[in-house]
Design a protein around this ligand. Structure first.
Ligand code: GCU
Length: 645
């Protein structure tokens, strides 16, 4: 077992110093098997660096006790000895990283046993990586951190050290599954299922020592494209036999393979509709092929009409997932997991929780988040997303779904995520998937401490001040009150209020001279509010009860409508946009105070500074476009007399 040594890339949240507390002490690992070997190797590496001893009397003892449950562990301190008891070898690994997170504090005064178990059984990252460089989307679709860590020049990277290092980072945050390729499965990538399966096996071998199982996105039409069959009809015997055979070969190569991810009948991807079959038919066919091996299929619910006529006011994209899937509740196989984006639209800065998650109680569900910042500043803006995820996870039954998935934000960039501070989103995703009840501000401090090896108060305070409120800042200077989009079509960066207004994508705001917002009520609108159970169905329907931050998602209102905050909609738009751009400038000021100090490495300083300059510029552009647009539409001047072009 080799611990990846990454001298030429930033080590993210596991710099060598993070292991000083363990490495300088006497540690015993009392367990066997591959994951215990990983822990042993980690301990030995730390010891070699910091001079601890392998003989007793021990400061730290790691052992197993099945009572702690799968992935679980207990940590305690008594009579000068810290003990970690894993429920299984994976629990031992997570317990070990808990000690790393605590640092010196793990060896402080006695403490009663704390028991930790993950809330989510599967904590999964989806890569939207391609093997080839796609002419429009690049190598990593919606990737803002360079090329893929798995493939370069059309082939598996010869050196996968970085993949091992990635697995290590993920294990330290609690992630235990990775889907390695884009959900839009193009011709080359489709072959990962068959003649390029060796590449999947090689990646799995790098991630396995850190307890991470590999999943694969597959193309629904594979029986035609790869198997030479005339059809991909899920009820066709030949098609079923092909999937069964193919899946058997996958498990022969990768015995702990996790399963398939499928985007079907969505944005041009093939699916069961072509054969007059349902999504349950499609998902269950793959579930049947995977079942003998304990695998699962993640079947995505992101199905909507992307060729809508914008003149047709009755079609509502927000309704689509529920309309397609709710009638199928109870008809999915036990190992078919419906993977639902957290909101009904598409990873906007603010959306209500998807009603599919609330209503489909007879189906295994996975909630999908987006760590990659497609609509939240593309890793050029500081936007710490954990506060948003935490709100989503606290809503009704969301945290009980058992499976949390997110689109990864890493690439072959030196800092993994382009914007070094975007690493915090990757870390926080794993931590919240483990325990959705964690305070996002505390997770942020945890990330700061682990990444900068317990820096002084001043650096911690600076980073905290820059990041903790950054999602709300981003919300303030972009699309107002939950209406969403208003981004430049295609790449989705920067403001373009009407960019999507007269397009087939179903993402409209309906601003005119009198008002703005989408009427999704039952009374006069698209009826989307009726997809929610009570009380939400009535809360969202009611103009009085609908939360301000979602007002324009559910209602079309006049500019003079008064919010709960006491402000009119138009004045709220002006105020938040002036404030948001100012806050972006303040974030940069915090960072600039670190210039000419030795608080952070000069390259890191420069990288963040360059991104902050762009954030400030872009926030001003958002402010000016949104304010000018609504001033020109409404003719209502700013009550505070500020200049609007
Ligand atoms: C968004 C994104 C696409 C992606 C899609 C999906 O629409 O822009 O690039 O393919 O989501 O989640 O499938």
């Amino acid at each position: 077992m080799t611990i990846p040594e990454l001298t030429d890339v930033h080590a993210a949240w596991l710099p060598p110093e993070a292991f000083r507390a363990i490495g300088s002490r006497r540690t015993l690992v009392q367990a066997d098997g591959p994951l215990a070997e990983t822990v042993r190797a980690e301990v030995e590496r730390a010891r070699a660096r910091y001079g601890g001893a392998a003989e007793g009397p021990y400061d730290l003892v790691l052992s197993l006790n099945a009572a702690e449950g799968a992935d679980g562990y207990a940590i305690a301190r008594r009579d000068g000895v810290t003990t970690v008891t894993g429920g299984d070898p994976a629990g031992l690994l997570y317990g070990f990283f808990h000690v790393v997170r605590l640092g010196e504090a793990a060896f402080g005064p006695d403490r009663e046993p704390e028991h930790h178990r993950p809330a989510m059984r599967r904590r999964m990252l989806d890569h939207w990586d391609n093997i080839d460089v796609h002419p429009v989307m690049g190598q990593v679709e919606r990737g803002y951190a360079g090329g893929s860590i798995f493939w370069s020049d059309g082939a598996l990277r010869p050196d996968l050290t970085r993949v091992r290092a990635y697995g290590r980072l993920l294990a330290a945050s609690g992630v235990n599954a990775v889907a390695i390729n884009n959900v839009n499965v193009h011709a080359t990538e489709a072959r990962l299922l068959t003649d390029r399966l060796g590449e999947v096996a090689a990646i799995a071998a790098e991630l396995r020592p850190y307890g991470i199982r590999v999943h694969l996105s597959v193309n629904f039409a594979s029986p035609i494209a790869l198997g030479g069959l005339p059809t991909a009809d899920p009820l066709d015997e030949g098609v079923r036999a092909w999937w069964a055979r193919t899946t058997e070969q996958v498990y022969a190569a990768i015995p702990d393979f996790g399963g398939y991810v499928v985007k079907a009948d969505s944005e041009g991807q093939p699916g069961p509709f072509a054969y007059g079959r349902t999504h349950a038919d499609g998902a269950n066919m793959l579930a049947e092929a995977l079942a003998p091996f304990g695998g699962v299929v993640h079947w995505r619910a992101f199905v909507y009409n992307h060729r809508q006529d914008w003149r047709d006011r009755s079609t509502d994209r927000a309704r689509a997932a529920y309309d397609h899937f709710a009638p199928l509740d109870g008809r999915f196989a036990g190992n078919a997991i419906l993977q639902v984006k957290h909101g009904p639209m598409d990873f906007q800065t603010r959306e209500p929780v998807s009603p599919v998650i609330l209503e489909m109680q007879g189906t295994r569900l996975a909630v999908e988040l987006q760590v990659t910042q497609e609509y939240t500043g593309q890793q050029r803006h500081v936007c710490y997303l954990a506060p948003m995820w935490s709100e989503i996870l606290a809503f009704e039954n969301v945290a009980e779904t058992g499976d949390l998935v997110a689109v990864s934000n890493v690439g072959d960039d030196r800092y993994w995520t382009g914007h070094p501070l975007a690493q915090a989103n990757l870390y926080a995703f794993g931590r919240l998937a483990w325990d959705p009840g964690l305070d996002p501000a505390a997770v942020l401090d945890e990330w700061i401490d682990l990444t900068f090896a317990w820096p002084g108060e001043s650096l911690r305070r600076t980073l905290h001040a820059m990041m903790d409120g950054s999602w709300r800042t981003y919300e303030r200077y972009t699309a107002p009150l939950g209406v969403g989009f208003m981004v430049r079509p295609g790449h989705h960066y920067g403001p373009d209020v009407d960019g999507y207004e007269y397009t087939p994508w179903g993402t409209y705001h309906f601003a005119d001279r009198d008002g703005v917002g989408v009427d999704r009520t039952r009374a006069t609108g698209t009826g989307f509010t009726g997809q929610y159970p009570q009380p939400w169905s009535d809360i969202y329907e009611s103009l009085e009860r609908c939360p301000d931050e979602l007002l324009l998602f559910f209602h079309h209102v006049p500019y003079g409508h008064v919010l709960h905050s006491g402000s009119t909609v138009i004045q709220h738009i002006y105020d938040t946009h002036f404030a948001g751009a100012e806050e972006a400038a303040e974030i940069r000021l915090h960072w600039e105070k670190l210039a000419d100090t030795d608080a952070v490495d000069p390259d890191l300083y420069a990288r963040v500074k360059e991104r902050l300059d762009e954030q400030v510029r872009c926030a001003e552009e958002w402010r000016d476009q949104i304010n000018a647009y609504f001033f020109r539409k409404s003719g209502v001047p700013d009550a505070r007399g500020r200049h609007i072009s």
